[in-house]
Design a protein around this ligand. Structure first.
Ligand code: NAP
Length: 290
C-alpha cells in the first residue's frame, strides 16, 4: 500500500480563505477588525521568523496585528505589564507571547497572566481545563490543526485506536484531549514508554510529536493507519519529521509530509482562534451573537 498524502498546505490555504471571509463579515457587523497582539522578547532568529510569518498571515486575512518587540534583558515585571496592558485593550482579541522566553522570565507566570478570553495559543490552565472537560474554549493551534487534517482526510476517529508519541503541553496533551473528546481510544507515549514500537503498531491513528528526526520507524506503522507527523527537525538533509517517511508511507493509508503537513496548519488555526476570540468577546460585550 502507498499512502495518500495529506496536503497540509492546501488545507491551510482553504482555512485561511474561510477565515478571511468570516473576518470581512465580522468587520461589517462589529465595525472593527479582529486584533492579534504578538509579543517577542529578545532577538532569537527563529522566533523572529515565526512572529513575522504570523503578522503577515494576519494581514492577508484582514486581522489587525499589534507587535511588541522587547529587549533580550526585559525583566519579568515589564513583560507582565505589557500583558496586562494588552488584556485591558478592547481592540486586542488575541495575545501571543512567543516562546521560548529568555532565562530571567518565568514562562508559566507569563502564560497565567494572559486573559483566558484572549489566550489564542490555548495554553492557560483555564483553556486547558475546558478542553480536558470537553467544553468550548480556545484550543492550542497545532493539535487543532491535526484534528482538521484528520477530518479533511476522512479519517474515522470515533472508536479508533490513537497513539500519540509526545506529551507536551503544546501538542501531545491537548491532542489527547481532542481525540478523547472525539471518541478515539487514546494512548500517550513519552520517553519512559516501554516497547514504543509495539505500542505504535496498535494505532489506527499514529501521531508523532517528539522532536527527534525519523525516530518513528516504518515497521511501527500498522498497515492502513493514518500517520500524522508533527515533528520539525533541521538536519543535514534539510527539514525532516519525526517519522521515517518513505517506509511509513509504504504501510500507511494516509500520511502528512514534512514540510507541508501539520506545519502550515498551526498559523491557519491561530487566525481561526483569533476570529473565534473576537466573536466571543463581541458577543459578551454587546450581549448578542456576531
Ligand atoms: P517537547 O516539548 O520537547 O516534547 C517532546 C515529547 O517527546 C516529550 O513528551 C518527550 O517525553 C517525548 N520524547 C522524547 N524522546 C522520546 C523518545 N525517545 N521516545 C518517546 N518519546 C520521547 O516537544 P513539542 O513542543 O511537543 O514538539 C514536538 C515536535 O513537534 C518538535 O519537532 C517541534 O518542533 C514540533 N512542533 C511542530 C509544530 C508545528 O507547527 N508543526 C508545532 C509545535 C511543535 P518526556 O515528556 O518523557 O520528556
Amino acid at each position: 500500500m502507498t499512502a495518500r498524502l495529506i496536503d497540509g498546505k492546501a488545507v491551510a490555504a482553504r482555512v485561511r480563505g474561510a477565515v478571511a471571509d468570516d473576518v470581512a463579515l465580522f468587520r461589517d457587523e462589529s465595525g472593527r477588525a479582529p486584533g492579534l497582539a504578538t509579543v517577542l522578547v529578545g532577538d532569537d532568529p527563529a522566533s523572529q521568523v515565526y512572529v513575522g510569518n504570523k503578522i503577515r498571515a494576519c494581514e492577508e486575512v484582514g486581522i489587525r496585528s499589534i507587535h511588541h518587540g522587547l529587549g533580550d534583558g526585559t525583566p519579568q515585571d515589564e513583560l507582565l505589564e505589557v500583558v496586562a496592558e494588552l488584556n485591558g485593550d478592547d481592540l486586542v482579541d488575541g495575545i501571543l507571547v512567543q516562546v521560548p522566553l529568555p532565562d530571567q522570565i518565568d514562562q508559566d507566570e507569563v502564560i497565567a497572566a494572559i486573559d483566558p478570553a484572549k489566550d489564542v495559543d490555548g495554553l492557560t490552565a483555564t483553556n486547558a481545563g475546558l478542553l480536558a472537560q470537553g467544553r468550548p474554549g480556545l484550543v492550542p493551534c497545532t493539535p487543532q490543526g491535526v484534528m482538521e487534517l484528520l477530518r479533511v482526510a476522512d479519517v474515522e476517529v470515533e472508536g479508533a485506536e490513537a497513539v500519540i508519541v509526545g506529551r507536551s503541553i503544546l501538542v501531545g496533551r491537548p491532542l489527547s484531549a481532542l481525540l478523547t473528546n472525539a471518541s478515539a481510544t487514546v494512548t500517550v507515549c513519552h520517553s519512559r514508554t516501554r516497547e514504543l514500537g509495539e505500542v505504535c503498531s496498535r494505532a489506527d491513528i499514529l501521531v508523532a510529536a517528539v522532536g527527534s528526526p525519523r525516530m518513528v520507524r516504518g515497521n511501527w506503522v500498522k498497515p492502513g493507519a493514518a500517520v500524522i507527523d508533527v515533528g520539525i527537525n533541521r538536519t543535514e538533509d534539510g527539514l525532516v519529521g519525526d517519522v521515517d517517511y518513505a517506509p511509513a508511507a509504504e504501510r500507511a493509508s494516509a500520511i502528512t509530509p514534512v514540510p507541508g503537513g501539520v506545519g502550515p496548519m498551526t498559523i491557519a488555526m491561530l487566525l481561526r482562534n483569533t476570529l473565534f476570540a473576537a466573536r466571543a468577546r463581541n458577543r459578551d460585550s454587546a450581549g448578542h451573537a456576531v
